[in-house]
Every structure is written in C-alpha cells, then in structure tokens.
Ligand binder design. Sequence first.
Ligand SMILES: [Zn+2]
Ligand SMILES: [Zn+2]
Length: 232
Amino acid sequence: MKIIDILKDIFAPKKCYSCKKEWHFLCKNCLEKLWYFEESCYICKEYSKNFEKHFYCKNNDFYLDKIIILTHYRHFIIKKLIKDAKFYHKKDILDDFSIYLWDLILKYIDKNKNDLIFITPPMYFLKKIKRWYNVGEVLIKFLNKKYQINYDFNLIKKVKNTTPQSHLDKLKRLENLENAFKVNEKLLKKYKNKTFVIIDDVVSTKTTINEIAKLLKKFWVKNIIWLCISSD
Ligand SMILES: [Zn+2]
Ligand SMILES: [Zn+2]
C-alpha cells in the first residue's frame, strides 16, 4: 500500500466494511449478522455461560480464569478490519471495537469497573517503534476516553525480543518466552484484590498470555480475564 493510499484511507469518512453505511467501520447490525463468538469454556471449547471455565475442566498449565471473545477471526471482514487497524494505521477501527468490547465487559464480567485493572501484552520497545503503536494500548485508551477505566501499561514489561510465536512449535514457544516478561512488584501491590483484564486483538497462540497470567499468579493475583476481539 502506498503512503498516499494510507492517508486517503485515514481521512475518508467512516464506512461499514460490510454494509457500506456511514459512521462506523463495523456497524452493530453487521456485527450481529457476522455472529458473536459462542459463550464457551476455553479449555474444552464446549458451551459455558458467561465464558466461565467449567469447574471440572482443570488444566494445571493454564493460568487464565476465562477468555471472553467478541467474534470470529475466520470471517474475512473481521480479518480485514483487524489487519487494517494493526498494519495500515486505521486506529479508528479500534474505536468501534472498543464499544463492542465494553458491551462484553458489562455482560460477562460481574464486577464494578473500579475493581478492574486493564492491561495488554507489552511489546518489546524496538518492535513498538517499528509498528508505531500497540493495538491493545489503543483499545484501552479508547475505552478509557468513553468509560473511564483503570489501566496500567507499566505493570508488565517485555524485556526480551522474542521470535513471533506463530513461527515456532509448542516446546520452542515456551523456551522463547522464558524470562521474556517482568512484573513491577511495587505497582502490583497497589492492585490488591483487583481483577486483571488483558485486552488483545486476536486469540492466536495462548502461550504468551498464559505466561503473563502465570507471572501475575506467582504474585497472588486471583482473577485474570483475557478479553479479545476475535478468535479462530
Ligand atoms: Zn454495517
Ligand atoms: Zn470446559
């Protein structure tokens, strides 16, 4: 894509990628038509109300309490929206998604918003410079602008530049992430008894988020929810 095309896109009026009506990149009608993700337990993938992990679904290697997902990545419109938001600087797409994520928060997280701390998987600083921004941070900022939430981008730092997880097999993924993240213990103490909500765009490999959850649970964090725009 040429720079001029990118600029044209940024300043063009918002239009729904699906029905072409103005004001949104994805209107609520179309989101409903493209389907919401089914409420399910992320371990067995079977139906589970409010995305809760079944009490009988134990997996000692997973540290998340639940994963809430908005919609399906396999739909080409969703895929295109996320790619444009991520790689073609159309940040306003994330503004639309932040509204839909907020609906999920109200529906599936049974907590007062003051008891929630929003975080996102950190990027290694060199990668962030290359990409300009971190999608999770942008989503959280949009959420904060509209709904005033508590968030912290300094709590967890990525201290190692890792290979993209999708290029590796399962064992190598774990090796790759070893000591990749660091938690700021001083900050964490402020958030006693809070629920952490990790915001992200796609549930691809769960290893990264699971590593972050594992790290937080080492410090006695009780409740960690992963809230994501899409999954396969
Ligand atoms: Zn539409
Ligand atoms: Zn289950």
